[in-house]
Design a protein around this ligand. Structure first.
Ligand code: PAN
Ligand code: ZN
Length: 172
């Protein structure tokens, strides 16, 4: 289920595999897929609000089911900055994992599924991974003046990967 955030009141962003080239570990698998296709990995539906602390961003992400090599599809992931605020992530459908990593590189993981809430504390980067065969749909809520730091993850990555090996979901 997606909340009613459609145009003209909402903004929809597509993230395709070509936007995520440097994030997946298996570059050969990335190139092999891109030589045939450029699949959508996730879509974000956002309700624009003024970028002020009194307001809240609420965005629904639809993260598709799929893998690149052994690695399940995921969102880029980011830290929040100035202010480094918390985020509430509410599962609406599907099953997956939220990776939560602090600036020292310590990485934890929490299950995300329908009717389940994951709290990303200040100081933690969050990445959502879809380990299921259906779309993983979740609602994210955070203060509207929050900043997004993608660069740290682009350069350092997450310390954990969620992969499928011999038909089993494994963390590496
Ligand atoms: C979410 C994310 C959304 C897409 O709304 O922006 O799930 O993930 P990336 O932004 O990492 O590509 C959120 O965390 N907002 O702060
Ligand atoms: Zn966030």
């Amino acid at each position: 289920m997606i909340p009613n955030l459609k145009e003209p009141y909402g903004k929809k962003t597509y993230r395709r595999l070509s936007d995520l080239v440097e994030y997946f570990a298996d570059r050969k698998a990335v190139e092999a897929i891109l030589s045939r296709d450029n699949p959508v990995v996730y879509e974000v539906y956002e309700h624009p609000v003024p970028p002020e602390g009194e307001h809240l961003i609420f965005a629904t992400t639809v993260l598709l089911s799929g893998k690149v090599g052994e690695e399940f599809y995921f969102t880029k992931g980011h830290f929040h900055t100035e202010p480094d605020g918390a985020e509430v992530i509410i599962g609406m459908g599907g099953t997956g994992v939220v990776l939560l990593q602090d600036r020292a590189g310590r990485c934890g993981e929490e299950t995300l599924q329908a009717n389940c809430v994951v709290y990303s504390s200040p100081g933690y980067a969050h990445r959502v991974v879809n380990t299921s065969k259906e779309n993983l749909v979740f609602l994210s809520i955070c203060r509207a003046d929050i900043g997004h730091d993608y660069d740290t993850i682009t350069t350092k990555g997450f310390a954990k990967k969620i992969v499928e090996k011999e038909k089993r979901i494994t963390t590496e």
